[in-house]
Design a protein around this ligand. Sequence first.
Ligand code: ACM
Ligand code: ZN
Length: 758
Amino acid sequence: MKKIIFTVLAVFVLGVNHLMYSQMLGSNINLIPSPKSIVINDGSFTLTNQTKIYFDQYSRKVADYLSEVIKPATGFDLKPEIWNGMMETNSIILSLKTKTNEYGKEGYTLVINPFNVLIEANELNGLFYGVQTLRQLFDPYINSIVKVEGIDWILPAVVVYDKPEFEWRALNLDCCRHFMEKDFVKRYIDLLAYHKFNTLHWHLTEDQAWRIEIKKYPELTKKGAYRTYEDGTVYGGYYTQEDVKEIVEYAASRFINVVPEIEMPGHSLAALSCFPEISCTGGPFDVGTLWGIYPDIYCAGNEKTFQFLEDVISEVVELFPGKYIHIGGDEAPKVRWQNCPKCQQRIKDENLKDENELQSYFVKRMEKFINSKGKKIVGWDEILEGGLAPEATVQSWRGLKGAIEAAKMGHDVIVSPTTNCYFDYPVETTDLRKVYYFDPVPEELSFDERKHVLGSEGLMWTEYAPQQFVDDRLFPRMLALIEVIWNYPQERDFESFRQRVQNHYRRLDLLDVNYGLETKPFEITKTFNPSKNIYDIKVTQLQKDIDLRIGSFVSELMINKISENEFQFEIDKTNLVNIFFQKGEKKVGKTYAFGISFNKANRKPVKLSYPYSEKYSAGGIEALTDGIRGSDSFRGGDNTWQGYYGTDFEAIVDLEKPYTFNKISLGFFQASSSLVFFPQYIEFYTSVDGNEYESAGKVEIPSSLKDPDWIQRDFGVQLNDTYARYIKIFVKNYDEAPKWHPIAFGKTWLMIDEIIVE
Ligand code: ACM
Ligand code: ZN
């Protein structure tokens, strides 16, 4: 039996200069997040079915976890045993050091030599992260859920000294806009733990749903957890208190603290739909179906509101053992408070200046109650407006301003601005590089103020992401975020990080993560060539290390690869082309589609009765007949949709000579939450001479304004060999948004492209 005295190694560990991780490239070691320091030695340790896993007096829990996570791939059933203090060969030892604290609560050392493996930490948290590092030092197949034959489970000889830079390493999972199954939440807890995150910020109440069972108010989940669309479809789900306990316990076993978010005073329509008496107007309300900011919020002048929220919080604090309760506080419009006698009376009675101070009163009052339960509040940066609650931690989302202001006042802050941390945003807006170069510590803070930066958080708002799309949004961007908040590299080299991400994809594949793209994947130009009557399409691939695929629905395309990342092809008939990406056989990211239409209106002049919006011009009037169809995003950078704001649409197309045709149609976009609606109806007229018009039909559009999905649809009329030169189309917009809409009475948009005559 080979014995090595550990203290000698420990001195060695602490004596080394901390290596930049990039210096290790070239070895097979590929850790995300990279550790604070690592030294690679010669040799390796091989795990066998004879390897012993040892725990000391307090570390059994992590030893059991290690045994459990390596069992499926290796097939080794290694039963952990109590350690006798000897450095036995062929052993993995998990030891809690109790005398020193240089690793902090979450730090660890990991020493691998050809004879044994030793993980040491002050607390179980650190041992757990040592185990996560160990997992990433094996072949990626260690993540397989089925036994893998023919692999030697080798660990390189290394000395790792590691601890996180920030203590708040979180994901905000919005389980309200879309409901996430309990097992899905647990899966995310595992993914977070694997990447050394330690906090799940669980967004549980919203306008569109109340998702946590409250025993005193069963209505909240009986009614408030479900929303009903106009066609009668019901969508929803909730977590019973037993579910919550199960999830919180599961998270604790992965050293993840769950912070519940109970929104107040805004984003509360689901609760108000159950208890309209605690709103300012008395309702009635339906659970929200559209995304946005609803004006109806809890009444701050009504004592019943506080009774309700205190009852809710009293049950919530019993379910979540961590010290923080997130109370939201964001996006609370003050319009109802301005017009509510009770709220105005409260402003008078409490000597408040305005509605901002009323919100501050609201939050301070709730903070006092939550503090009395032994907990601290976190709130979005709006809670600064009107005066910050004395003990509050501020989560800065609208840039860094809130974080700077709060930290300067001596408050703790979580820095998660939309620009770098909102992973519901498309990669076109927030790409991997942008996340990697994020610095959660604002320059404006002094050395002392910086200690108030607890850390950062990735945000997964799920308006446009039901459960099956969450991986695509969060990965790989969460990898860049954890690299920043665990390692906090002072010198950053994106390309070297990106190379590590390429290797990490093999692990994510085995963990069954449907990761998305790293950046805007391509540029495209579509140019009409009049001499050949074709569209010349050029695609330049921007994301590296991935296979670009081009497909089409109607006829095959001849694709020319003109350089390593440039593709060219022609389109000579109406077609729908799709562009997507693959890694091997695995599809990555969404499918981008665009249509080209060859029809009798192509490049024919159009006259408009009402102007289009300069904001959504689609490049000008020619866009309506340029043959290039609107894309799958009315806001997309490709600018293919023409918007009409608060007006109807009327166009006359001159075909320049009479034709016989059988169909006129027009493409529309609907995004109800953004006040982009399909029209009420469309009237079609034709004329031979441009003076006398004959009706060619009217199309009534059935309304589905409560549907929050983005929808593209063509509406038109079928004709019978109509002969005409001029076509007039009248499209009726809504006069204003309906009263239940979050932007009630606002002007509405028509988004149009393209006019098609066939
Ligand atoms: C937020 O995104 N409204 C915090
Ligand atoms: Zn009120």
